[in-house]
Design a binder for this molecule. Sequence first.
Ligand SMILES: Nc1ncnc2c1ncn2[C@@H]1O[C@H](COP(=O)(O)OP(=O)(O)OP(=O)(O)O)[C@@H](O)[C@H]1O
Length: 220
Amino acid sequence: MKITNYAFAYKDQPIFDDFSVEFSSDYLNVLLGENGSGKSTLFDAIAGVNGARNQPIPNQSVAYKVQQPVLFPNLTVQEIINLFTQIGSVKLETETGRLIREDFLSKILSRKMGQLSGGERQLLFSYGTHLLDRDIYLFDEPTAGVSFSNAEYILKMMQELVDARGKTVVVTLHDLKEIETMNAHLVTLQAGKVSFSGTKAGMLDLAGTPDFEAAVKQLV
Ligand SMILES: Nc1ncnc2c1ncn2[C@@H]1O[C@H](COP(=O)(O)OP(=O)(O)OP(=O)(O)O)[C@@H](O)[C@H]1O
């Protein structure tokens, strides 16, 4: 997925100007950047929900897990899963998606959305989004508030969307430990510009340090 020369401003605040980025369908794409660097705004633009007349990549079907899903507080977990399977299909469930459902979601099926913890909500909506059949998948901070072991599940499920279903998947993260061992395509944003795009090895080379966290800090 390639975006070229995209511009977007919120009323009086320009966010992107002549912005270009490419996300690979060969690897899981991890979008990194400081708070306010424009990650969610970029996702909104790709999904076509930012109110801009010009979408950066028109005619693409996009599945989008927003940062803090707050939908239907009195629906149960089972009912939300039913909604996702009606729009998508249970046949699209990946191996790790099945584990998330069986080991975790199945235990809270009768719980109402409004009673879920932040981490439980992330698991539910990340799982549900992966059941949709789209070209591009955007997951905004799917591991925020999620325990380390469940975050591993979520990222593995996203990797399966790439490996088993050949999808373009972009995920924003803040906890770098979660991707320390992953072979991801990293993109860093700095004040509305791409400051790095490539592999972890490329990032370490560019930053001239063997320390991943230090390299990311330099490049966001
Ligand atoms: N609806 C809006 N109207 C005006 N300004 C906005 C709006 N949404 C976001 N912004 C501003 O745009 C900038 C980019 O915000 P965005 O949410 O894209 O950042 P982010 O990289 O996703 O941050 P975070 O990591 O904190 O989620 C910020 O300065 C933010 O205050």
